[in-house]
Design a protein around this ligand. Structure first.
Ligand code: SF4
Ligand code: SF4
Ligand code: FES
Length: 259
């Protein structure tokens, strides 16, 4: 589904086949993208064989096993190991997802793992998400109000709170934005599904009082309107969210305020 953006002028070399673990009878092969921009060498696909009897069931377990037992130089991000931090996002078997909740047994044959596509690579499976985070900051993802602060708390009805379901659960893994063709081609101007889902999360919040300003900030031919409803974003989101729907809701609010 998604293609990997290679560093300019580079070919991906075949790479190294690392030794199989001695005496292992239950093994799996992982083909992993290796690239160190500082080395001056081309990227390559290295092949590792993992002893599945000594390793946990998730793809992240296999990466940690490889790092601990075969090749300490392999670089990847991870933190929570339970699908809440968004750090371990990568492309596994041709699809963006998070490695800690994806079982190796969900794939057949050799499992190919590469960084999130169409982003610069810091090293191996670590993409440079500087622009992605700047886009998140652009939508000012925090409560903003004009009326004086209440003595206790900003209150919300149960129904208003429910408007945030399907939005607040985002873990900012970037799987959706880096699977979006519009983001691939216009990532410097289009905010992308993750940032727009967050923008809508605050537009939809009954306590926030800057809705008009938030819509003004998105009312631009590129920031919002590059979404062509291709739906890759919703298909890959590991939390089952639907950024395309959030984007459509923002567009509807834009139309409503014009009429
Ligand atoms: S629906 Fe919009 S945001 Fe989602 S992948 Fe398609 S163009 Fe990108
Ligand atoms: S919407 Fe889903 S895929 Fe996109 S950043 Fe949030 S959790 Fe990740
Ligand atoms: S390690 Fe936190 S989401 Fe995978």
């Amino acid at each position: 589904m998604v293609e990997l953006a290679l560093p300019k002028n580079s070919k991906v070399a075949k790479g190294k086949v690392w030794p199989k673990p001695e005496g292992a009878t239950n093994t799996r092969e992982y083909r992993i993208y290796r690239y160190d921009p500082d080395s001056g060498e081309n990227p390559r696909w290295d092949t590792y064989t993992v002893d599945m009897d000594q390793c946990g069931p998730m793809v992240l377990d296999a990466l940690i096993w490889i790092k601990n037992n075969v090749d300490a130089s392999l670089a990847f991000r991870r933190s929570c190991r339970e699908g809440v931090c968004g750090s371990c996002s990568m492309n596994i078997g041709g699809r963006n997802t998070i490695a800690c909740t994806k079982g190796s047994d969900e794939f057949s044959g050799v499992i190919a793992i590469s960084p999130l596509p169409h982003q610069p690579v810091v090293k191996d499976l670590i993409p440079d998400l500087t622009d992605f985070y700047a886009q998140h900051a652009y939508v000012e993802p925090y409560l903003q109000t004009k009326t004086p602060e209440p003595q206790k708390e900003w209150r919300q009805t149960e129904e208003d709170r429910q408007q945030l379901d399907g939005l607040y659960e985002c873990i900012l893994c970037a799987c959706c934005s880096t699977a979006c063709p519009s983001y691939w081609w216009n990532g410097d101007k289009y905010l992308g599904p993750a940032a727009l889902l967050q923008a809508y999360r605050w537009i939809a919040d009954s306590r926030d009082e800057l809705t008009g300003q938030r819509l003004d900030d998105l009312d631009d031919p590129f920031k919002l309107y590059r979404c062509h409803t291709i739906m890759n974003c919703a298909q890959v989101c590991p939390k089952g969210l639907n950024p395309a729907e959030a984007i459509a809701n923002i567009k509807s609010l834009m139309v409503e305020r014009e009429t």
